[in-house]
Design a protein around this ligand. Structure first.
Ligand code: ADP
Ligand code: ASP
Ligand code: MG
Length: 436
């Protein structure tokens, strides 16, 4: 396959020239990708409701492709089965197992659509194909050949595509990382030149923070790509980080909305747009939290050139991603070095560091998985001082101790004890004037 030169192919980070995407059917109103998350397809009743929703768009004259997740909880069950057999299992087989969750849903939804008189068929990642790199368990989409999907949409067929999965360079099944079906949807939308990509989920849009934690969270009508990218990357799981990155690079119009709303509801959701399309700008637009990290401290590391390189090179070689890092000044020629890793990588990180101890020469490793990272995000930070200070003051008022701090141009993150995560998010939501 030579996807990158064929019509409708995408190469992430390269804008698809309009000329490569075939004209749509003259009678078609719009070309839409509709993505449904796990709770939206959790059982047959929910799948029927999804089928009705898809049918409405088809009957309105749109060309429709659907991307689905697995039923809520299904992927967790599949992960648990792999782990029960072997905690350190073959990542290629893990992907084979995990990809089955979405496959079942595509077939069921295609059947439900057919019973509504709609010509629908299911597509697995390997059938399109959705090409990825070979990083099993967290693969990145490298190309999608959208030509056949477009051809069939033009004759009125609805493609029901498995999210989350693709085909690696060696023709083995890959998955895109937890929550990755958002990315499948946006990538498909880019590949077929869709007018919009509607992400249907169990909340009615993107909020100032997780509405399940903060009932006073406010729904946003619009959010900037950059802000959403930052929020997603620090834990707001409403959108998969890579999906936002792809949407930004390929100018895909993404809307997040509820699959639970009635047809009569005002279900406009939240649009992810360019920063300059946002009229009312806030200094802080959102707050996110993540319990997916763990903290490692190496005590009494020799304070000399090359030591940090030795530590992080060893971890990188074992595919351990590092997030926050702090190092203290040394008084006696040694220092403590603290950093965070993904919680799932903690065991691997410890084993790697133990093995590299003779080269690094630290005294001991102290690990703590009982931490949470809280982040405040907003493009307004670029031009306003005092954002971090408001955060530190609000946390101090609740007697919450800050263990590690990191910042970017539009974000401040702190690591705190996990038990205080919800309290901290609520306090910060109030401190930045975000409460509804
Ligand atoms: P799906 O299965 O549809 O992909 P997810 O569980 O992945 O759904 O994402 C939706 C969830 O994201 C919501 O139920 C909500 O708890 C959570 N969430 C976290 N941060 C936010 C936010 N800022 N706005 C809306 N939802 C959020
Ligand atoms: N089913 C996958 C998961 O649970 C992908 C997704 O839902 O986006 O992570
Ligand atoms: Mg999701």
């Amino acid at each position: 396959m030579c996807a990158l030169t064929q019509p409708g192919a995408i190469m992430p980070n390269a804008i698809v020239p309009d000329a490569t995407i075939p004209e749509r059917h003259p009678a078609a109103m719009a070309r839409i990708v509709m993505k449904f998350g796990g709770t939206s397809v959790a059982d047959l009743d929910r799948i029927r409701i999804v089928a009705d929703r898809v049918a409405r768009e088809v009957e309105a004259g749109h060309e429709v492709a659907v991307v689905t997740s697995a039923m809520a909880g299904a992927t967790n069950q599949l992960v648990a089965w792999c782990q029960a057999l072997a905690p350190l299992h073959d990542a290629r087989e893990y992907d084979v197992v995990l990809a089955t969750g979405e496959q079942a849903v595509t077939g069921l939804l295609a059947i439900a659509l057919q019973t509504r008189g709609i010509e629908a068929r299911s597509w697995q990642g390997w059938q399109i194909p959705i090409r990825t790199d070979g990083a099993h368990g967290r693969a990145r989409i490298t190309a999608i050949d959208g030509a056949e999907i477009i051809r069939r949409m033009q004759i009125g067929q609805v493609a029901v595509v498995s999210g989350f999965q693709g085909l690696g360079p060696d023709n083995r099944v890959t998955t895109l990382g937890r929550g990755g079906s958002d990315t499948s949807a946006v990538a498909l939308a880019a590949a077929i030149g869709a007018d919009r990509c509607d992400i249907y989920t169990d909340v009615d849009g993107i909020y100032t923070t997780d509405p399940r934690i903060v009932p006073r969270a406010r729904k946003l009508d619009r959010i900037a790509y950059e802000e959403m990218l930052e929020l997603a990357s620090v834990g707001a799981k409403v959108l998969h980080t890579r999906s936002v990155e792809l949407a930004m690079n390929h100018r895909v119009r993404v809307r997040v909305l509820s699959s639970f709303a009635d047809a009569s509801d005002d279900n406009q959701g939240t649009l992810v747009v360019d920063e300059d399309e946002i009229v009312e700008k806030q200094i802080v637009s959102g707050i996110a939290y993540s319990r997916d990290e763990a903290k490692i401290t190496l005590r009494q590391v020799p304070d000399r050139p090359g030591i940090a390189a030795a530590i992080f090179t060893a971890l990188a070689a074992h595919h351990v991603n590092i997030d926050m890092i702090v190092q203290n000044i040394s008084a006696d020629g040694s220092t403590d070095l603290t950093f965070t890793v993904g919680r799932a990588d903690l065991a691997r990180a410890r084993a790697t560091l133990a093995e590299a101890q003779p080269q690094i020469g630290y005294l001991e490793i102290v690990a703590d998985a009982n931490v949470a990272k809280i982040s405040v995000v907003g493009t307004g930070m670029r031009s306003h001082a005092g954002v971090a200070n408001t955060m530190f003051r609000a946390l101090a008022d609740k007697a919450i101790n800050i263990q590690v701090i990191s910042t970017s141009e539009i974000k401040v993150s702190v690591l705190i004890a996990a038990d205080y995560a919800e309290l901290a998010v609520r306090a910060l939501h109030t401190a930045y004037g975000l409460d509804a």
